[in-house]
Write a protein that binds this ligand. Structure first.
Ligand code: BV8
Length: 234
């Protein structure tokens, strides 16, 4: 099956990659729904929803401070670097990611659509003015209107960035191959994207998730390993 997927990629004029938190676990960042995932210890509605911003800003801020500080010594892994090289070699046209850690960009990928935003850039919750990460980590308030600061992440209950969504949807609808890597496909509306694919749909994941149906190929294993093996056939 590995060789077949590689042949689809070689014949493809447009290949799109959709990634989730499973793409970052080999870099040391916990995912959300695996046994060691974030949501096993914290209820996302209390820290990652639009309500948590107003209901308990201190808890919200603490959760994101933790997540941002955890990124300090995190590096992209071999899988991120292979995807970046495939973009340079013309095998990949776009990476649409649910991840908020910017590891794809750090590995050198240029064409990345951040469907759930990121936690490394900060804005004011009221006037939207940009602020530094340090400002947020020091629990400072907006320098313009003194309201709370927040990361540019898409919280539960918030709409996705229109531009990123449109780029990802359009690319997936026209792609010859879509590689879906490291996601449980639990979160709406990103979990609707694979079924919009017209081309060959490939699922690369550690666990076979119930939502992962209708794929032309399923490669079970870790992202780093599977991408390394695929790369050997290109
Ligand atoms: C919206 C920010 C509308 C936080 C995130 C009831 C039913 C259905 C839907 C809903 C519902 N109630 C509410 C909703 C909508 C809601 C939703 O989908 N909820 C779900 C959870 C029930 N969605 C929303 O609110 C979205 N907005 O719908 O807006 C709207 C319309 C008009 C006006 C206003 C609003 C917003 C969704 C975005 C939420 N933000 N992140 C943060 O990250 O800090 S979601 C969060 O989940 C992360 O972004 C994460 O990326 C995303 C998806 O998770 P995955 O990436 O898939 O990660 P997960 O752990 O689940 O899976 C990892 C997989 O990788 C596993 O299968 C594992 O086996 C595998 N893996 C692990 N390691 C490896 C690996 N695979 C390979 N190699 C490895 N090494």
């Amino acid at each position: 099956m590995m060789e077949t997927v590689a042949s689809w990629m070689k014949e493809s004029t447009s290949t799109v990659v959709l990634t989730g938190a499973g793409m970052s676990t080999e870099s040391g960042i916990p995912d959300f729904r695996s046994k060691s995932g974030w949501w096993k210890s914290i209820d996302p509605r209390t820290v990652a929803s639009v309500e948590s911003l107003t209901d308990d800003y201190a808890l919200f801020r603490e959760f994101y401070q933790l997540r941002i500080e955890a990124l300090h010594d995190i590096e992209p892994h071999v899988g991120h670097r292979i995807l970046a090289r495939w973009e340079q070699q013309g095998y990949v046209q776009l990476i649409a990611t649910q991840n908020v850690d910017q590891l794809h960009q750090l590995a050198g990928s240029k064409n990345v659509a951040e469907l759930h935003g990121n936690i490394v850039t900060i804005r004011c919750t009221s006037c939207n003015k940009p602020h530094s990460k340090e400002h947020f980590l020091n629990n400072a308030v907006c320098t313009y209107c003194t309201n709370h600061l927040r990361p540019n992440v898409v919280l539960f209950g918030e709409t996705l960035p229109q531009d990123a969504w449109n780029r990802a949807l359009n690319a997936i609808q026209h792609a010859d191959v879509v590689l879906v890597i490291g996601t449980s496909l639990e979160v709406y509306p990103v979990n609707q994207l694979p079924m919009m694919a017209r081309g060959k749909l490939v699922y690369i994941n550690l666990e076979l998730e119930t939502h992962a149906t209708g794929f032309d190929a399923v490669l079970q294993g870790s992202a780093g390993e599977i991408l390394t093996q695929l790369d050997a056939y290109l």
